[in-house]
Design a protein around this ligand. Structure first.
Ligand code: UDP
Ligand code: UDP
Length: 475
């Protein structure tokens, strides 16, 4: 639908640094321009930009209605050091970069600014300039409900949340198990918690929250944040579920072509894709067990191999000047040879969404980052849940117990790693067991429901129309 020129509203989007934030916001920008006749300025914090980020903005098929505005890099050397944890690093980078925001907004003159989880410092600047502010919540509706409850929890609970004896009763939705709590709230004394609380407290200040989920995936949590008395009492803004917004089909480079040639030659639903997001790594001990478990399962797989988290300085030293990631240095001896033909070992960054979209992909062993989870479900692929950090344990529990599309390996009490036999068991279960078939059917249903939600007349499409109408009425 294209609307006449004079009513085309102009919206600015400001994602936090990192592909996990930029990707869904950029997809949203494309939809606003293409389906809803809106003009978008996409404000990019360029400090710490990855190769994947640079590549995204060089893509030839960016719609004409999107203007990429780079916020020049700032000198962070006095603000962060090697001990600064990841969320603090992101928040400090945003804080420094935003010193330039005012002049950019004055020049760009949008009617609406959309911030995301960790760019809420921009709210006041926008208000001063009489610009409406919305928030794009790039994680689950379950975490959104928890986040809206966090300021109350912070006032009412003394001591650490991890010491609570009962699950946390988040109003209107499933109680949050203490062991699933996200990393950022597991130690209230550190900066990561302070930053997280700061940004989540500010959700109440925006005019609306755009949630990257959809009605059929999280009915309970979405109903809660819209209808439960608690969220009304704290004056939570209206929530618009607009997802799942995921990376569309990617451009396949020559480097990646061999992955797809290999996949083309495998039977449908027969390959387990093993990848841990943009930052996830395992210890050497766990990686060894994983490799053995994959081999023992005799199932086809693609393994995105990354240096173990405890990779010794000497391993890096021996690689000086060459490829810093040599799987033969950390995978079991002979693994690549013994699994040749059955498995494909690939390095570092791969076109994940396209792999999940290939008909040979049958399951995803994933760290359950929210984007990875949405990409899997949008392609009808069930999940072997291996949460590592951030809010991934919450996501894994939602996918396993709430939605029924995932299975988690069992860690034996007192053990730090999942053993190879357990890995073999869950891989076989999801790839060839009855339970795997049930999960695959459920994932396929969700794929259909996601397609419907995003199509003209679907629930997420209608949510965007609703909010776009508000933006169009702003003068
Ligand atoms: N659900 C949700 N948020 C959650 C957990 C579940 O929206 O944190 C949804 C879930 O997708 C499912 C419904 O609520 O559609 C029921 O979930 P529950 O785990 O209560 O299912 P039950 O085990 O009772 O069938
Ligand atoms: N991704 C990718 N190739 C890789 C690793 C990751 O394309 O080799 C993409 C993945 O498709 C997803 C994002 O990076 O869109 C990861 O986001 P997620 O929220 O799952 O996890 P995070 O990396 O933020 O922990």
């Amino acid at each position: 639908m294209v609307v006449s020129k004079e009513v085309k509203p102009h919206i600015a989007l400001l994602p936090s640094p990192g592909m996990g934030h930029i990707t869904p916001l950029f997809e949203f920008a494309k939809r606003l321009v293409t389906n809803h006749g809106i003009l978008v300025s996409f404000l990019v914090i360029t400090a710490d930009a990855s190769a994947a980020q640079t590549q995204l903005f060089q893509s030839p098929d960016i719609p004409a209605g999107i203007c990429i505005v780079n916020i020049p890099p700032v000198d962070m050397s006095n603000v962060i050091n090697e001990n600064t944890l990841v969320l603090s690093r992101v928040c400090l980078t945003v804080q420094e970069s935003l010193k330039l925001l005012r002049s950019i907004l004055v020049e760009v003159k949008p009617k609406v600014l959309i911030v995301d989880l960790f760019t809420s410092q921009a709210i006041e600047v926008a208000r001063e300039l009489s610009i409406s502010v919305y928030s794009f919540y790039t994680a689950s509706a379950g975490l959104l409900a928890f986040s809206l409850y966090l300021p109350t929890l912070d006032r009412e609970v003394e001591g650490e949340y991890v010491d609570l004896l009962e699950p946390i009763k988040v109003p209107g939705t499933r109680p949050e198990r203490i062991e699933d709590l996200l990393d950022q709230v597991r130690n209230r004394k550190i900066d990561e918690y302070k930053w997280f609380l700061f940004h989540m407290s500010r959700l109440a200040l925006v005019d609306g929250i755009l949630e990257n989920s959809w009605e059929d995936l999280e009915p309970l949590s979405l109903k809660a944040v819209r209808e439960h008395e608690y969220y009304k009492t704290v004056q939570a803004p209206p929530v618009y579920p607009i997802g799942p917004l995921i990376k569309p089909d990617e451009f396949i480079t020559d480097k990646d072509a061999r992955i797809f040639t290999w996949l083309d030659n495998q039977p449908p639903d027969s390959v387990l894709f093993v990848a841990f997001g943009s930052g996830g790594t395992l210890t050497s001990e766990q990686l060894t067990e994983l490799a053995w478990g994959l081999e023992m399962s005799e199932q086809r797989f693609i393994l995105v191999a990354r240096n173990p988290s405890d990779a010794s300085a000497s391993a890096a030293f021996f690689n000086v000047g060459g490829d810093q990631n040599d799987p033969s240095t950390y995978l079991p001896e002979g693994f690549a040879e013994r699994t040749q033909g059955v498995g494909l070992i690939v390095h570092s960054w791969v076109p994940q969404a396209a792999i999940l979209g290939h008909s040979s992909s049958g399951a995803f062993l994933s760290h359950c980052g929210w984007n990875s989870s949405l990409e899997s479900l949008s392609h009808g692929v069930p999940i072997l849940a291996w949460p590592l950090y951030a809010e991934q344990r919450m996501n894994a529990t939602l996918l396993e117990e709430g939605v029924g599309v995932a299975v988690k390996p069992v860690v034996q009490p007192g053990k730090k790693v999942v053993g190879r036999e357990e890995i073999e068991r869950v891989v076989r279960l999801i790839m060839e067991g009855e339970e795997g078939k049930v999960m695959r059917r459920r994932a396929e249903q969700l794929k259909e429901s996601a397609d419907t939600a995003l199509s003209c007349g679907g629930s997420s499409y209608n949510s965007v129309c609703q909010v776009a109408d508000i933006w169009k009425s702003l003068v």
